[in-house]
Design a protein. Structure first.
Length: 325
């Protein structure tokens, strides 16, 4: 654990009592929600579900399976945060908070997303975990700390309303599902990372030992485009449906929006037409059907999406949802 991460962990422990006390008496404000998320993460590491107060009928879900409070990562995670990477998205309006951070299960690093929903008494009514394992060195290189601007407050002239931010987060799924960037508003500088891999605005000519298809010249070209331009090539046609879209958490201070969704991939065909891609008019893909539950965090300012940070896991095709949109 880095010194910065250790200091953050100790600070979060010190703030946990006041956060829980505030939650007992009134709605959690932004600072309270962030402290609560950190207290929850500390409880995960310590295998102590009592680090937060639970509603009697609390629902806990990890990687799409219902579990009991204190199970799942409470039993498997042994350390965290293990890097300086920690992205909080706190929303006092919805009384929800999301946290992306790095933890470890023994010697294995894991990328963890946690969403908490409080009830009217400030107790955790919903806890949702998404855990990505088997991370490569290429992925881990981008999960050591956050991108420079991701957690910075948005300057007042560029801040968006919470309602506008929620719309932008939802619109991304529409644009992706319809292969049409006009459904959303993504800035020219929009860069996306998924499980640490940079998947938009890469150098057009590159070689990488990290994998992720960079040695395929067509994929390398597509990965060099920005978020909007990629959609207009039809490269995401292999995504059959995006279900269970839940975009309910937005923090106007940092301009971050937290979205949860469930991607389904039928792969009832293997060839997908491309539009405006040099040297290729189609892309051949041979995969068995699979699902991908995912978290997307959008950095929004000036009415547009500028950065996307995502966590996703591969699961069996048509895995059922516990939480519904």
């Amino acid at each position: 654990m880095t010194k910065t991460a250790l200091a953050a962990l100790l600070a979060s422990a010190a703030m946990a009592a006041s956060a829980v006390a505030q939650a007992e008496d009134s709605a959690c404000d932004r600072d309270c929600l962030i402290a609560l998320a950190d207290a929850y993460a500390s409880g995960v590491v310590a295998d102590d579900p009592g680090a937060v107060r639970w509603a009697d009928d609390a629902v806990v879900v990890e990687n799409q399976s219902a579990i009991a409070a204190g199970e799942g990562i409470f039993d498997t995670v042994t350390a965290g945060p293990t890097t300086d990477y920690a992205v909080h998205v706190a929303d006092p309006v919805s009384q929800q908070v999301g946290l992306l951070t790095m933890m470890s299960e023994g010697d294995a690093p894991v990328f963890v997303g946690i969403r908490l929903q409080l009830d009217e008494e400030g107790r955790v009514a919903e806890a949702e975990h998404l855990v990505a394992r088997d991370l490569s060195p290429g992925q881990l290189a981008n999960l050591q700390d956050e991108r420079p601007r991701l957690m910075e407050p948005v300057p007042e002239p560029y801040m968006d309303s919470r309602a506008r931010m929620i719309w932008l987060g939802r619109s991304y799924y529409d644009a992706l599902d319809n292969n049409n960037s006009a459904h959303s508003n993504m800035a020219d500088d929009c860069e996306r990372r998924e499980n640490g891999f940079q998947t938009a605005r890469n150098p057009m000519v590159r070689e990488s030992a990290g994998g992720n298809g960079q040695f395929d010249p067509i994929f390398a070209y597509l990965g060099g485009l920005g978020c909007a331009a990629q959609m207009d090539t039809n490269m995401w046609e292999y995504i059959t449906r995006i279900e269970n879209r839940r975009v309910e958490i937005a923090d106007p201070v940092t301009g971050l929006v937290w979205g949860v969704s469930h991607f389904e991939h039928d792969f009832d065909k293997q060839d997908f037409a491309l539009v405006g891609v040099p040297w290729a008019d189609n892309r051949h893909m041979e995969f068995d059907p699979f699902d991908m539950p995912a978290i997307h965090i959008y950095k929004v300012w000036g009415g547009a999406i500028h950065e996307i940070e995502a966590l996703g896991i591969v699961m069996p095709y048509q895995t059922p949802h516990v939480f519904e949109d």
